[in-house]
Ligand binder design. Structure first.
Ligand SMILES: *Cc1c(COP(=O)(O)O)cnc(C)c1O
Length: 397
């Protein structure tokens, strides 16, 4: 009898008890709107911003309604206008090119490497095409950030980091989100902290911070922010910055604060699970493990491997056989977009030439979530199942 896995790949952990208590206190107060605070009360949202800014080492922080909202707000705050071009990864998730389209700009896709990071040679070759790079650390893979910043600084390119999968990660000792001008995070259920929906934006640039705060819908209440620049900066931007409401509320902020203080522990737990799967997969015939560079501290909330140059039928067969044994894999390369699949040519509002290198890699990327509700033993079992099924398909092909 072959073993079958019975866990759910989409079941996250419950919200910690102290976060539930904090949420109940907000509900009992009735003051859910971030600017609805009692006298001498800072409010959960302002406190969340202050704490996250300290945690990440940024001067300013703004909490917003979603990660995608943080991305679009960053683009507007750095001055991207209708018709501008914005460089971005060919391998990313739909909200990234979507944020570019939402401000009327056009994505210029940069190829992906076999390490699943942005191709820095292709980026250098395209550096004269745009003034902004929306860099997506897709699935938590960090490129050589030192070299990336050299390329972008030399070309005068402003970097916005999409850290939806890298909250808690770092490159060469510098936290993800701290290399570029702006870092954006998502607090959606499937990311590293869970408030259902939500986003965070950090920056050291006072004007970017003031514009983002004005845009998020602060009316003229920016004085209630604890991780914001001084009123003189708002004086310079407040009449020219449109309100595009997308605030976070005190209920979500209350749920997030205890989770953020637990982040480091959670990262360790994710990585214990990730390494168990990775070690179990290493050496499987036909399967390439994505090796992680020594400079990278990653958060293993999902794992990817490559079935390079496999036929479409063989990939489908491997995914089908794993699913029959309870292991849910996503093939990012499928031609028709399904759920979270991530092919640049599915985003037809952004006409783009073919990217042959990315086509080859995307055709082989398999993705699997690693929720913390799995035990390390679960992860060992999952790896055994994938190893057996992938080997069987590879050897019969
Ligand atoms: C989830 C995600 C986002 C956006 O986050 P939302 O909070 O869902 O808007 C951005 N980029 C990537 C790579 C993501 O996975």
């Amino acid at each position: 009898m072959s073993e079958t896995f019975s866990g759910s790949f989409t079941q996250q952990e419950s919200i910690p008890e102290d976060a539930i208590e904090a949420a109940l206190a907000v509900l009992r107060s009735g003051r859910l709107h971030r600017y609805n605070v009692a006298e001498c009360e800072a409010g959960e949202t302002a406190l969340l911003e202050q704490e996250f800014a300290v945690q990440i080492g940024a001067k300013y922080c703004l909490a917003v309604a979603s990660g995608g909202y943080a991305l679009a707000t960053s683009l507007r705050a750095v001055g991207v206008k209708t018709g501008d071009k914005v460089l971005t990864n060919a391998f990313t998730l739909a909200p990234v090119p979507g944020s570019i389209a939402s401000v009327g700009a056009e994505p210029v896709f940069v190829e992906v490497t076999e390490d699943l990071t942005i191709d820095l040679d292709d980026l250098a070759a395209k550096a004269d095409q745009a003034k902004v790079l929306m860099l997506s650390h897709m699935r938590g893979h960090l490129c050589d950030m030192d070299r990336l910043m050299e390329v972008c600084d030399a070309a005068g390119i402003i970097v916005i980091e999409d850290c939806a999968h890298t909250m808690g990660a770092s490159w060469n000792g510098v936290q993800s989100g701290r290399h570029g001008a702006v870092g954006c995070y998502s607090c959606q259920t499937y990311k590293h902290v869970n408030s259902g929906e939500g986003g965070l934006l950090i920056t050291d640039d006072e004007e970017i911070a003031a514009r983002a705060i004005m845009m998020s819908g602060s009316y003229m209440l920016y004085g209630r922010h604890l991780a914001a620049p001084g009123p003189e900066v708002f004086e310079r931007v407040k009449y020219e910055t449109p309100n595009i409401s997308g605030r976070m509320d005190n209920l979500r902020a209350a749920i997030l604060r205890p989770q953020l203080s637990d982040l480091e522990t959670q990262v360790q737990r994710w990585n214990d699970r990730y390494r168990e799967v990775e070690n179990g997969l290493r050496g499987t015939p036909g399967l390439t493990v994505v090796e992680r560079p020594a400079q990278e501290v990653y958060v293993g909330s999902s794992i990817q491997f490559l079935l390079m140059d496999w036929s479409e039928e063989a990939v489908r067969e491997a995914v089908r056989r794993c699913a029959a044994r309870g292991v849910e894999l996503k093939w990012f390369g499928t031609a028709e977009p399904v759920a979270f699949t991530s092919r640049y040519d599915s985003w037809r509002y952004a006409e783009t030439p073919r990217l042959p290198q990315s086509d080859r890699i995307l055709a082989g990327i398999i993705d699997m979530r690693v929720p913390l509700t799995f035990s390390v033993e679960d992860c060992a079992q999952i790896a055994r199942i994938i190893r057996a099924e992938v080997s069987a398909v590879y050897q019969s092909a």
